[in-house]
Write a protein that binds this ligand. Structure first.
Ligand SMILES: NC(=O)C1=CN([C@@H]2O[C@H](COP(=O)(O)OP(=O)(O)OC[C@H]3O[C@@H](n4cnc5c(N)ncnc54)[C@H](O)[C@@H]3O)[C@@H](O)[C@H]2O)[C@@H](O)CC1
Ligand SMILES: Nc1ncnc2c1ncn2[C@@H]1O[C@H](COP(=O)(O)OP(=O)(O)O)[C@@H](O)[C@H]1O
Ligand SMILES: [K+]
Length: 499
């Protein structure tokens, strides 16, 4: 089976991996200066395409190869007849290797960066720091960022807006906010994780000619959540299949005053393609649930004994536990009984294990079931406080660590939802519009994951496909989205040809 992540458009490559790719490319006889030339030319082409009538291109060049790309771009822009001014950070006499060569080839004056005075028609080419940024942006560069922000000038970023950490997406002191970013060979985590993603503008991934196999060989299993990641697992889900083959999803309701969340999950599960959906309700909530259900079935499940009896039906193959369920022993008992099938543990289901997580994690490890946990930031902190507090880790690395510790697939929510498996495989979801963060939205997501699990998708693919469909539902719904509208707008899984 071809690995979908090896399609370069979907890969995420960390800065250290990219450095290793560079070394491998040089080792295989590829001229590194020709790569820099391709990179700089691509930046120049993007700048001319986006700003064909710019009064002046102002190129900021840093002390490393990002700066080198800037010198190439400045030379190409000058050759095209554009008006170019180049400002350098640091002593150009100290440039090394390809960057020194690019500087020499530029052959014109580089002005010291502190002398830059914004002019209202300037278009900035930011080539200060890229993947090599290893600490806070130097004060001098932070000051320039401030001047450019204040003047409201458009910025085209080379590789990454300077100040964004390519591994984490964090801002190191300050960063430019670009209208367009040109990166090379593959996107980096910093392009898709917040807040970095919000500062990249449109992202262009330009192929500078490093063979794809060299990039794939160093890439560590990170990707963007596109349908290619999970499409093959979704392929057999023929809507015409008998309803039991599409699975039977059960969603657990809370008490009489908190039933809405579970009903939303159940409705989403049905809409997302589960063959049958049953709402399992405590006795006291049966009347209110019965008054609100049509296609979703209702079953009275008051305690663990009821559940044990019900679980004798082996066709019940996936469960959602948590939305509106209530925190405490009952949630823990139920969750521990469900681990060996396929379980989405969300909301109260997660919080219930705050002080008792090892019981859950041990059970998941022992049972070999398919478990997906869907924490938002607060729930993540409650269940994984030491991982959440580790400021060195990116959101991807945190989700990976949590997945490894819990033996479950972790779907870490937010504008940059990360789905990580215990194996370390991880994808970042990028199609969620901001208005997806509406009350009850997480309940809908849990239901979609449940539907995928009921249909037999493996946990990682079930979660990734659900995050994507949830994002698409948000797009279809538009800004006025409510959770009920999201359910209505869950579209069928994309066909084989979609990418
Ligand atoms: N295969 C590729 O990806 C290619 C990459 N190229 C460019 O090379 C760049 C990476 O080049 P470098 O590794 O030289 O790194 P950068 O140019 O991003 O950074 C330059 C150097 O500055 C130093 N530095 C880091 N943080 C600093 C800080 N806060 N204050 C002061 N100095 C700091 C480090 O020694 C670092 O190596 C990429 O961003 C890209 O633009 C291109 O030249 C073409 C090939
Ligand atoms: N800024 C944002 N942009 C897009 N999606 C977001 C944003 N913030 C949160 N989300 C998504 O909205 C959903 C909110 O879920 P959750 O936090 O559980 O809220 P609720 O309990 O109200 O359902 C998640 O799918 C999350 O990934
Ligand atoms: K840059």
């Amino acid at each position: 089976m071809p690995n979908a992540l090896h399609d370069m458009r979907n890969l995420l490559v960390t800065p250290p991996e990219m450095q290793a790719v560079d070394k491998d490319a040089a080792g295989s006889g590829i001229d590194s200066f020709s790569l820099m030339r391709s990179a700089g030319m691509a930046v120049s082409a993007a700048a001319l395409r986006l700003f064909p009538s710019a009064a002046r291109f102002v190129v900021f060049c840093g002390p490393g190869n990002n700066g080198g790309d800037g010198y190439v771009a400045a030379a190409a822009l000058t050759a095209s007849g554009a008006n170019v001014a180049l400002y350098a950070l640091g002593d150009t006499g100290k440039l090394k290797g390809d960057a020194a060569r690019a500087h020499a080839a530029y052959g014109r004056e580089a002005i010291s960066i502190e002398l830059y005075e914004p002019q209202s028609q300037d278009v900035i080419i930011d080539a200060l720091f890229g993947a090599g940024l290893a600490r806070e942006l130097p004060d001098q560069a932070q000051e320039i960022v401030g001047r450019v922000d204040q003047a409201g000038l458009p910025v085209v970023a080379v590789d990454l807006p300077s100040g964004i950490d390519g591994r984490t997406g964090e801002i190191r002191g300050a960063s430019f906010t670009a209208v367009h970013t040109v990166t090379f060979m593959a996107a980096k985590p910093g392009h898709v994780l917040m807040p970095g993603r919000g500062r990249c503008g449109t992202l262009e991934v330009f192929d500078i000619g490093i063979p794809a196999r060299l990039v794939a060989a160093r890439a560590g299993g990170l990707g963007i959540n596109v349908p290619a990641v999970w499409r093959q697992c979704a392929a057999g889900l023929d809507p015409a299949t008998h309803k039991f083959k599409r699975g039977h999803l059960a969603v657990f309701s809370g008490g009489p005053t908190s039933t809405g969340a579970a009903r939303l999950s159940a409705a989403a599960g049905l809409r997302a393609g589960a063959g049958l959906v049953t709402l399992a309700s405590p006795t006291e909530a049966i009347p209110v649930n019965a008054a609100h259900l049509t296609a979703v079935m209702l079953k009275e499940i008051g305690n663990a004994a009821d559940l044990a009896e019900w679980l004798k039906d082996s066709r019940l193959n996936a469960f959602v536990l948590g939305p509106g369920f209530g925190i405490g022993e009952k949630a823990r008992d139920f969750a521990l009984m469900l681990c060996e099938r396929a379980l989405v543990l969300d909301a109260d289901g997660l919080t219930s294990f705050k002080e008792r997580r090892s019981e859950l994690f041990d059970r998941i490890a022992a049972s070999g079931g398919q478990v997906v946990m869907t924490p938002h930031e607060g729930e993540f902190q409650r269940l994984f406080p030491e991982i959440a507090a580790d400021g060195k880790l990116s959101k991807i690395e945190k989700a990976q660590a949590a997945a490894k510790l819990s033996h479950a697939v972790i779907l870490s929510k937010g504008p940059d939802t990360v789905i990580a498996a215990p194996s370390g495989r991880a994808v970042v979801n990028v199609n969620a519009p901001p208005w997806l963060a509406t009350a009850g939205s997480g309940d809908v997501l849990a239901g979609i994951i449940g539907a995928h699990l009921a249909q037999g998708m493996p946990a990682f693919e079930a979660a990734a496909a659900a995050a994507w469909r949830h994002g698409e539902a948000g797009r279809r719904t538009g800004r006025s989205a409510t959770a009920e509208m999201l359910v209505e707008n869950i579209a069928p899984l994309p066909e084989e040809s979609a990418s």
